[in-house]
Every structure is written in C-alpha cells, then in structure tokens.
Write a new protein. Structure first.
Ligand SMILES: Nc1ncnc2c1ncn2[C@@H]1O[C@H](COP(=O)(O)OP(=O)(O)OP(=O)(O)O)[C@@H](O)[C@H]1O
Length: 528
C-alpha cells in the first residue's frame, strides 16, 4: 500500500523537506507501521503558515494497556498525490463496518468522584467528534433511570451501541436494561430459569467513571477513559457470558463478575451502612467481616463444565483472542448436551450434577478473573470471559489464620486454590440451598462449647444479625433479596466494545497488506 513519512507532533518546513533523502536512508531502522484498523480518522487542517494539510489520527500504545490518539501530518508539494493518499485511506476505513456511527450514551453524574460528566465532555466527546460518531447523551436523574429508559423507551434501532459513563453499578443498569429489552422484543420469558436467552445485538462501551470499575479493568486492562473511547471508536468486540440468577423460578438479577455468599456478601451488606465513608467503607467492612469470622452451612449443587473448557488451575489466562472463548457451543451442541444431561439424569437421578454439603466461610462464583488494581490476578486468575462457565470457589470453615493466608494470595501470584480448605470447580450451572440457622462465629464456638447446634452464636466483635442466620449473596455489588438461588451461565449473551487484555504491547505488523509504514521520531513528513 506504500508508505508515508511521519512525525507525531512537529509540522514540516520547506527546508526540512530538502533533507528527505538522508531520512530515507535511515528508514529501515526507524520505521514503524500503523494498521489501517487503528486509524481513528483523517482530517483537513491548517498548519502554522495557514497552509492546508491532512492529519491522520491513529492509536498509539503507551504503558499498561493504555492507548492514546496520536497524529501525523501529510505534506506534499503535489496536492493531487496527497489527495489520492487520503482518498485511499478513507476508502479503507469505510470498509471497516464494525465501527459504530451512532451511540446512545448514559452518564451517571454521581458515580465515583462525581466526575462522569466532565470525563465525558473533556476526554471522550472530542474523540467521538473526531471519529465522526454521533452521540445522543442522557445524564441520568435517578438510580435506574438508564435501565428503565433502555427497557421501554429508547429507540434502539437508531444506534450501533450503548455507552455507560460510570462504575460497575451503572454498567449493571445498562446490562439489565439491554438484556431485558432484548428478551421482551423477542418474546422470551426471563423468569424461566431454562429459557434460552437471545443475545443482545448492540455492543456496550464502558467509560470508567466510578469508584469500582472492575468490568472495564477486566476487559480492557486499564481504567482509562481515553483508552475505552478508542476501543469504542475502532469497534472492538469482546463477547461476554452473563449468569442469570433465579429464586424459585422467578428472575432475580444478571451477573457478569462476582456472585459471593458469606465473606463477600457480609462485606457488602456492612459497607452499605457506611456509604458516607466513600470507597474507604470497603476496607473497614472488610476488616470487620474478617474479624467476625463467620461461617454458613448449606448445600451447593453444580453442573461441571466440559473438559474443553480448561480448568480453573491451569494458569491459562483469558487474554485478547483467547482460544478457549472462541469455542462457542452451537445450538446443536447445546441440544446434544441437554439430551446427554437428561440421559444421565434418568440413570443417576442427578443429570451429571455434583452435590456438596458443608460449612463455608465463602462461596464465590467468578465469571471473570475479577482482577482489579488491588488484586491484579483476581479471585480466579484463569476464569474466562466468554466460555460459558463460571468458577465456583468454595472456602470451607478453617482457622482465621488459614483464611488470612488464602486472602493474601489474592494479592500475589501464588496459587490461591492450593489449600486443603479451598476447592474450585468450573461449572455451567449451580444451585445453593442454605441450612436453617447456620450463622456461627468460629471464635465463640471454641470459647462457648455449650452453644451448639445451629442457633446463631455471636461474640462481642461479631456482627451477626440475630433476626437472620444467613449471609447474603452479593451479585456484582448488589445484595440479592434471596439466599436460595439457581444460577445458569448464558454463553456470550452480550458484547462489549473491548478486546480483552492484550498480552504485550502490540508491535506493528509490517507484512500486513493493510499497513501504513512510517519512520519513528522523524521531524519530516512527505508523501512518497
Ligand atoms: N442520577 C443518579 N442519581 C443517583 N444514583 C444514580 C444516578 N444514576 C445512576 N445511579 C446509581 O448510582 C449507583 C452507583 O453508580 P456507579 O456504579 O456509576 O458509581 P460507583 O461510584 O462505582 O458506585 P458503587 O461503587 O457504589 O457501585 C448505580 O447503582 C446507579 O444505579
């Protein structure tokens, strides 16, 4: 396709062009390439001498998965040649049909440090304008405004995607709005736990502007609004599994990251009472819950995943282009699996389900690694975003010291499942049934041998609520109203404007026929 000589910043001068032959000699050692799919836009601009020039805006990679929009300026004494170049680039760009042209944007003005609106206006909107993307913006006026608008009012035919400016709570609103709307439009009753849900046709983009932005971090590798905006502009696509959660055949919620009973459920319940503390509430409630050291009894049954889904301990991280996630079961696969399940069920009465009854400090289902800046490996480092499974982690009753050892492994690279009291299963479905009156403080149990059975026992530092002996489920940061739940993983139900975490800074691909080459750090530009 040819080459253009470039500089990312400086403009060209008549004198400098005379030096071009020298620059060309050093081309091989200094050249880098821009893939057409990473060009943001081409625009006419004026240089310092008011001469008309063409600027190419493109993606450059900086540190830790962050992207920036850089530019090169096209100059040539031959205007016709310059125009030809621009025309060819624009033709190539028009072939990229995955790029969104029209977006519906919801901004939560109160998320995180209340900077959502400013982040969008200053960092994101200028990039969308540069890429000629039309955006209809709605600043939410109350909780669930975005969800309700998506469910009923929004004219979704007009858009190629929905963008959420906020944190994980705001993302959850968009997720619920879009999935519910898709099922309603397709006459699917989501109260049926076995209903085959229809995947959403619109992509979701996340501009991180909350106090917790775990979904963005897990799918992009960084919490940076500019990087997220660029992933939206180039039309990246990352499929994602969604767990549907039911209680007694009625729908409760959808989850894409963590369903947690016991330890994490207790932390969230406690932290909700301390909202005034801001993000520090999670640390405080974490310490308090750890010291309380409660465990809960119940029965967990699960349908294990197939072997080709890998294993939670195989150390195969789900990265951009993950091979495990590319194997999406077809509907014939699913039908075959269902008949196989039925056959087994006829034989053993359980349909391949496993059952574990016990005392648990924590029961967690991680549908993604749940990595965040504090826990770079996450709760399940090898969990996959789009393989149709969730990693069920059972932490049985153990000493406080052992539990601390387990928790510390979330912050380092040691195998956090390598403890006798921890087990992990990759599953497609699971159910939980609590045993009545199961809240017990381990501390008190050792100090008060008379207090036995299943009645709640609480020490001074225990925070147990005497009106209930159960913990609660946290579902992506929301507390569920019921404890007995059924969970089913809906494979690749949604798509994000993301590409998963890139393994390393991608180098340019010089062999790619759709690649434009340019010398690095040159102060000169010219059309070859
Ligand atoms: N205009 C609004 N007024 C009040 N609440 C809103 C508004 N818009 C959205 N919300 C709600 O605010 C909650 C938190 O928003 P968000 O996730 O954006 O920020 P956050 O700081 O990460 O919050 P959290 O850490 O509590 O999840 C969401 O559950 C959302 O439903």
């Amino acid at each position: 396709m040819g080459r253009f000589f470039s500089s990312t910043k400086k403009s060209v001068s008549e004198e400098s062009r005379e030096d071009l032959p020298c620059m060309a000699e050093g081309l091989a050692s200094h050249s880098h390439a821009i893939q057409v799919c990473e060009i943001v836009a081409v625009h006419k601009t004026k240089d310092d001498d008011s001469k008309e020039t063409r600027k190419i805006f493109y993606i450059s990679r900086t540190r830790q998965h962050q992207w920036r929009c850089d530019d090169v300026t096209f100059h040539s004494a031959n205007q016709g040649l310059c125009e030809q170049w621009i025309q060819v680039i624009n033709e190539q760009l028009s072939l990229l049909t995955n790029r969104p042209k029209s977006l519906l944007v919801y901004i939560n003005p109160y998320g995180g440090k209340r900077r959502g609106r400013r982040i969008y206006e200053q960092k994101v909107a200028p990039l969308f304008r540069r890429a000629c993307i039309l955006a209809d913006v709605i600043v939410t006026e109350r909780a669930n405004h975005a969800r309700d608008h998506l469910k009923t009012e929004a004219n979704l035919d007009k858009y190629d995607g929905v963008v959420c400016v906020g944190g994980d709570g705001m993302f959850s609103e968009i997720l619920h709005g879009l999935i519910t709307r898709t099922q309603t439009d397709n006459k699917v009753d989501h109260n049926q736990p076995d209903a085959e849900l229809v995947p959403c046709s619109l992509h979701i983009g996340i501009i991180p502007a909350g106090s917790t932005d775990c979904i963005c971090f897990a799918t992009v590798g960084t919490n940076d609004p500019v990087t997220s905006a660029l992933h939206i502009i180039v039309g990246d696509s990352q499929p994602m599994d969604v767990c549907s959660v039911h209680h007694n055949d009625s729908f409760l919620r959808y989850s894409v990251s963590l369903l947690g009973y016991g330890f994490y459920g207790d932390i969230l319940t406690d932290s909700e009472k301390k909202r005034w503390l801001g993000p520090a509430r999670y640390d405080l409630s974490g310490v308090k819950t750890f010291l309380s050291h409660n465990y809960y009894e119940g029965r967990i049954s699960f349908l294990p995943a197939k072997n080709n889904n890998g294993d939670p301990r195989d150390k195969l991280q789900c990265l951009s282009g993950c091979r495990i996630c590319q194997h999406k079961p077809s509907s014939t696969d699913t039908q075959w699996e269902m008949s196989e399940e039925k056959e087994k069920s006829d034989k053993d009465g359980m349909g391949g389900w496993s059952v574990i009854t016990g005392k648990f400090i924590a029961i967690n289902a991680a549908s993604m690694s749940c990595a965040c800046p504090r826990s770079p490996q996450g709760l399940s480092p090898s969990a996959h975003l789009a393989d149709g499974t969730t990693d069920l982690i059972l932490v049985r009753k153990c000493s406080r010291l052992n539990f601390l050892r387990h928790l510390l492994r979330h912050t380092n690279k040691e195998d956090q499942f390598d403890h006798s009291f921890v087990e992990v299963h990759r599953v497609r479905k699971f159910r939980f049934q609590p045993r009545q009156h199961e809240l017990v403080s381990l501390e008190d149990l050792s100090q008060s041998p008379k207090k036995t059975g299943f009645s709640p026992i609480c020490s001074a530092q225990t925070t147990c609520n005497h009106s209930t002996s159960h913990s609660s489920w946290t579902c992506d940061g929301e507390i569920l109203p019921n404890v007995a739940i059924q969970v089913s993983v809906q494979c690749q139900l949604i798509r994000l404007f993301a590409r998963g975490i890139e393994e390393q800074q991608q180098k340019c691909v010089l062999e790619d026929p759709c690649t434009l080459s340019a010398p690095e750090q040159s102060t000169y530009q010219s059309v070859d």
